[in-house]
Design a protein around this ligand. Sequence first.
Ligand code: ADP
Ligand code: MG
Length: 338
Amino acid sequence: MTATARRANGTGALLNVEHLTKHYPIRKGVFSRVSGQVHAVDDVSFWVEEGETLGLVGESGCGKSTTGKAVLRLTDVTSGAISWRGQRIDALPAREMRAHRRELQAVFQDPYSSLNPRMRAEDIVAEPIRNFEDRSPAEIRERVASLFERVGLRADQMVKYPYEFSGGQRQRLGIARALAPNPRLIVCDEPVSALDVSVQAQVINLLMDLQDELGLSYLFIAHDLAVVEHISHRVAVMYLGKIVEITDKRTLFANPQHPYTEALLSAVPLPDPKAARKRIILAGDVPSPVNPPAGCRFHTRCPVAQERCRIEAPAMRLTAPGHLVACHLRDGEPVEAP
Ligand code: ADP
Ligand code: MG
């Protein structure tokens, strides 16, 4: 059993997120009065170890990107704690955050909009090196060239602009830029979701090779369980701003405990077509995060919901070592913060 599977909380982990909550105010009218709140992320806790990939999955709008942005300090949090190497970073002033920023990098879904289209590829990758390190132009050039090679691009492509690359190459460029300041953790927000399936596998394999080589950690966000299966060590499943289940990958795929995870999993094709899973079709749409349902947020679509689920929000329970589930129908020790 890994250290991570034994843990019941993330104390001492590289990244530890506790009770993270992010509400976006909804403003209306000429005076921009706050008329409500989008409950994008509500009381979410998880951790990421050194060298580990935590997959974060759930349908569009469930709060995955907001969680990633909070970790990167690209958005302020409403409440909760984000600790990096044991130090709270959620409210650090910009100047003190700078030291950590180098170590926390991101790769986004659409490199075309996240990479400056008017910059040459070389400068896109050189920029973070110039920002964080005091190096000569020749040293920077050499480092950029070696990063190009490392991500499977050629040095002669350094003079090109983002539009001159294919989708997969552009994502390699995005990865080279993220690697440039020598990060320890990369938040990968749907990094392959816009790519063809054949290219997806290449980019995922590249990320896994880089992890082996550099000991990187990833928070790997995707709306599709099949995408996180290969790369993740553990997986957290989100529904409407909450984590409903979190455990190691093998257990999640072999023995899912939350009805929502079961439904998501039933849509993942099996390698053997004759062994098709029974597809669970969830009724209705995801409710609005402006007025999330009372009780268990999943009860309006849950095929096994009971009266209690409509009234009482389920606690996160430890159903097995390292396996946390928020469902009234599962037994286990309630845990404070997973
Ligand atoms: P995901 O990445 O899982 O698709 P997001 O974190 O992007 O989900 O969004 C979660 C919820 O927060 C959605 O309802 C989305 O519309 C809302 N949201 C995201 N960003 C903002 C924002 N800047 N202002 C208001 N609402 C937002
Ligand atoms: Mg998103």
